[in-house]
Design a binder for this molecule. Sequence first.
Ligand code: B12
Length: 392
Amino acid sequence: MTTARPGLKIEGEQREQLRRRLRELGFDEVRFARVGEEAGGGLREWLAEGMHADMAWMERTADKRAKADLVLPGVRSVIIFGVNYWSGSEAENNFAPAKPQWARYALHKDYHDTIRPGLVAAGRVLEEIAGAAVEDYRYYVDTGPVLERGWAARSGLGFRGKNAMLISKTHGNWLFLASILTRVEIAPDAPLRKSLRPADEGEPAGLLCGKCTRCLDACPTDAFSAPGVVDARRCISYQTIENKGIIPRELRAGIGARIYGCDVCLEVCPWNRFAQKGRQLLLAARYDLADLPLAEILALTPERFAEIFRRTPIMRLKFSGLLRNACVVAGNGGDISMIPALLRLVVHDSAVVRAHAVWAMQRLAGSGAAALLADARARETDDTVLAEHAAG
Ligand code: B12
């Protein structure tokens, strides 16, 4: 077994020097946590209840998420980074009722790409200040088998809100998280309430939420199975980003105008009043995406899709995923001028797109839909799409 080499220890002024240098790289928050006997918080219960929907990768990596030592043998500390993506007013038009709404984080170039160079540089700083070798640390942003919110809560970066978000007292809900697991022993920062057991060992959700339940009450699809616990199967973020297939019919109306992700449980949180506009040193804004009219999205070609969304998180959704979501938004919007565009999509190559286009047509054209859809229905061979025709 590999253990930390003697001497790889940082505390006092040296630790603060490390923090300062890391912040200079563009990270808004840099906190330290000690690795102990984690059990993975509620991850196992969450998985056992099937709340991860079809994110099988969450199941495959559960052991590693629960025990950092399986990711980096001999790991002693986790450095948790917060990157503030609050944009102030620029993205306000994102919330004009007539427009498709995008999760705020999506209105940037892919943050995995823009934050990663910062983490590479952070590794170099760790090598320089702590004498670590390259094999003494691993860095991750989002995609690694690391319970980032658990570590962040443990490091005192914030607390786990009733909306399951890591909420910072200074940035509210608008922080991306990233981490470095390291064999360097770094004196840990204190969690917000020292008297509590470590966050991912069962800290109650909503430590600083008081009686507030705005997030739980506002969720359009009732996705919270308990305070702090999101059932991904009902979460609009999951349905519009991770789910690549059919969005359950009973959830579609709740999606409203949300074309990619959902910020409702973040937006309503009173802690956001402290948020300051981010420095954007490790981010590249794409607020222009929020100006795309729905009609233009419904009429996109694969080439134009790639051109507009290149290097943004939206590429994860793929062309057909965006069209699917646009159909749902059109179906909810009540604007009959979308009907010609939808009629082109009821014969699209993708069965998933066809199914949601049929649904949207039925919502917009009402009793006239059957006649307008007759040709498409006659030619349809996919059972899922036929079921949508029949359901109308
Ligand atoms: C899978 C995933 C999702 C899934 C599931 C969400 C969820 N609540 O778990 C879906 C697709 C729905 C999703 C949605 C979103 N996500 Co997401 N997601 C992740 C990912 C990859 C893993 C999260 C995870 O492990 N979930 C499992 C649950 C069990 O754990 P958790 O809530 O994260 O951690 C807590 C529990 O273990 C808890 N705990 C303790 N005791 C108990 C007891 C019980 C019974 C339970 C269940 C839990 C529990 O302690 C931990 C922390 O306090 C992380 C990145 C990462 N590597 O961590 C990003 C991450 C959590 N997502 C993020 C973001 C921004 C979002 C969205 C806002 C995106 C959007 N606008 O559409 C929404 C927010 C939804 C929400 N309210 O949680 C950020 C959150 C940043 C922050 N400040 O909190 C992360 C950290 C990505 C990042 N690197 O910045 N996400």
